[in-house]
Design a protein around this ligand. Structure first.
Ligand code: B12
Ligand code: SF4
Length: 506
């Protein structure tokens, strides 16, 4: 059986490309079970999926999708199905709303939740019963009992059920992360990816930048955060297990840079310190690494940052979100104080680490004043990189419910409008107009990046000139107000979407 795992094409703005660890883990599990698997990541491929499908003659195609890319995922499934392949969709959006995708005839199977075990069980079931379909593009229906036993699977049942969609019970999260095979890092065309943080380091094409997941999930409940796969749980791999993968990346795969992409890798402070000590002992501290997403300020101290520095870390990021304590407490529910944030920035800088801060604009009940406080806080903290985003209401989040309860006007017409790095407001609520949010967002970028001290430092760098055209495009996007799109008469209200959000099947 020949299997292709794919991440669909995306037109969303992203400053960087990373290998897709979800697909890497699925490929690792399939390979360990003896299957022949390849990876297609549209963000770096030159050849369209249709050509790859025709040439490769794959029996099964698995496609991963976050919420904003679901239409592209359906399109990829259509292409795959037209060549005769069995199509499987999985990932965050499918975990939120499997039914919607099962209404698409080009989608044969949907996997909710973690997929390493499910995908292997699907291959075994296909060997027993490959299903039947009335025509090339008709949905595939299955009959064998094996299909009813795959937890987290949604499929169409044939026998006496006329192709009715069946959602098997959810699959519990695996506790034994150490027993999950390593992601198949070696299957990615690594030379096609860039470095992990081009906005701060300058773009380095063909760099060998890998990512690693040392723990899964996050127990915090920030109201804007979409965590459909892991919920509010946290599970860690052992330090030994992480070190073994790190050694593979450094010694065998010749990584030039490593990014930890956990939601909260430092939740267990002792474990985080132990990991750094072991990297030093093993001599694995020669390759620079970064925490791609935030660390949580609650579980960090000077000793951790000093150990990280000695272990090769170059840069740390923190979810700061707001400069207004009330908004942090009552709206975002971040569980941290501004003083805790100030302290970690001081400690990280004292340890010689570069810093990044992530900030969010336009949460319900924000005012011009609270957003102004956020800008001032960013200027006070002075990270090397400040990343400002506009709040996007993902289905299933508390933010989504708040908008519903308070009757917000939502502009996003469909899932594709929910990009978290968009430069447009996704909703407005009372005095919090879209114009105000967008104006303060642009102002944040202008006031942070166009300060004379900052500009002078930037202009000294050769890369600023080498990448001048791209930088101008980015500059336009970040610094200049553009015409905003308006709500169309057919814009969904939160209540139209509520059913979808509520239909979480675990
Ligand atoms: C690293 C990262 C990125 C990287 C790399 C992209 C990637 N998908 O790996 C970059 C920076 C490029 C990125 C971009 C974006 N990201 Co991102 N990203 C992450 C992050 C922090 C880690 C991903 C990861 O490694 N997870 C670990 C792996 C093991 O889990 P997984 O990917 O969920 O995969 C498992 C299951 O979902 C399932 N599965 C997944 N795919 C499939 C497919 C099949 C066939 C099957 C059977 C199963 C299956 O099995 C996997 C193994 O158990 C997550 C947060 C998180 N913790 O997941 C956000 C996250 C996935 N990103 C998110 C978003 C919104 C985006 C963007 C849309 C942002 C934007 N531009 O607006 C883009 C989309 C780009 C894309 N093509 O996917 C959201 C998705 C929310 C949602 N409801 O969909 C998340 C959850 C963050 C958040 N909390 O809001 N991202
Ligand atoms: S934003 Fe970060 S800290 Fe908050 S719930 Fe999401 S992953 Fe956890």
């Amino acid at each position: 059986m020949k299997i292709l795992l794919a991440s669909p094409e995306s037109k969303l703005w992203n400053s960087r490309q990373h290998i897709h660890m979800g697909l890497g883990y699925l490929a690792g599990a399939l390979r360990a079970a003896g299957y022949n698997v390849e990876i297609y990541d549209a963000s770096v491929e030159e050849e369209p999926l249709s050509d790859v499908m025709r040439r490769g003659r794959y029996d099964v195609v698995g496609i991963s999708s976050p919420t904003p890319l679901i239409k592209e995922a359906w399109e990829a499934a259509r292409v795959a199905k037209s060549t005769g392949a069995v199509t499987i969709l999985g990932g965050p959006h499918l975990t939120i709303d499997p039914d919607e995708s099962m209404q698409h005839p080009e989608v044969d199977l949907v996997v909710r939740g973690e997929g390493e075990d499910a995908i292997v069980e699907i291959m075994q079931a296909l060997e027993l019963d490959a299903g039947v379909q009335e025509s090339t593009m008709a949905p595939r229906v299955f009959e064998h009992k094996a299909w009813s036993e795959i937890l987290g699977l949604s499929y169409r049942r044939r026998n006496g059920h006329g192709g009715r969609v069946v959602h098997n019970p959810p699959r519990p999260l695996r506790e034994d992360l150490d027993n999950i095979p390593f992601p198949a890092h070696d299957l990615f065309k690594i030379e096609k990816y860039t470095n992990l943080q081009p906005l701060t380091d300058g773009l380095i094409p063909n760099s060998r930048s890998y990512t690693i997941v040392t723990s899964r999930g996050c127990p915090f409940k920030c109201t804007f955060c979409s965590k459909p796969v892991t919920g509010d749980t946290w599970r860690a791999r052992s330090v030994e297990n992480v070190i073994a993968e790190w050694r593979w990346l450094v010694q065998d795969l010749k990584a030039t840079e490593i990014g930890i992409t956990d939601d909260i890798w430092n939740y267990d402070l002792d474990r985080a310190k132990e990991l750094c000590r072991r990297l030093i002992e093993e001599g694995l501290n020669t390759v620079p690494w970064v925490t791609v997403h935030g660390m949580k300020v609650n579980f960090a101290d000077l000793e951790l940052f000093q150990l990280m520095k000695a272990a090769g870390a170059k840069r740390v990021g923190f979810g700061v979100e707001s400069g207004d304590q009330e908004i942090l407490n009552k709206v975002i529910r971040k569980g941290q104080t501004l003083d805790m944030v100030r302290q970690v920035f001081r400690d990280a800088k004292a340890a010689g680490l570069e810093t990044m801060g992530f900030f969010i604009f336009g949460m319900p009940h924000e005012t011009e004043e609270t957003m102004e406080k956020t800008i001032r806080f960013a200027l006070e903290l002075e990270p090397d990189l400040a990343h400002f985003i506009i709040a996007a209401p993902y289905p299933g989040t508390r933010l989504w419910e708040m908008l519903e309860e308070e009757g917000a006007e939502i502009f996003s017409r469909d899932w594709s409008d929910l990009a978290i790095q968009d430069d447009k407001a996704h909703f407005q609520l009372g005095d919090l107009t879209a114009e105000l949010v967008e104006r303060k967002w642009h102002e944040a970028y202008r006031r942070f990046y166009l300060r004379p001290s900052r500009l002078a430092r930037r202009l000294m760098k050769w890369d600023t000139w080498r990448r001048a055209p791209e930088r101008l495009r980015d500059a336009k996007r970040f610094f200049m107000n553009s015409r905003r799109r308006h709500a169309s008469p057919t814009s969904p209200r939160p209540s139209d979407w509520q059913g979808k959000a509520a239909r979480r099947l675990g």
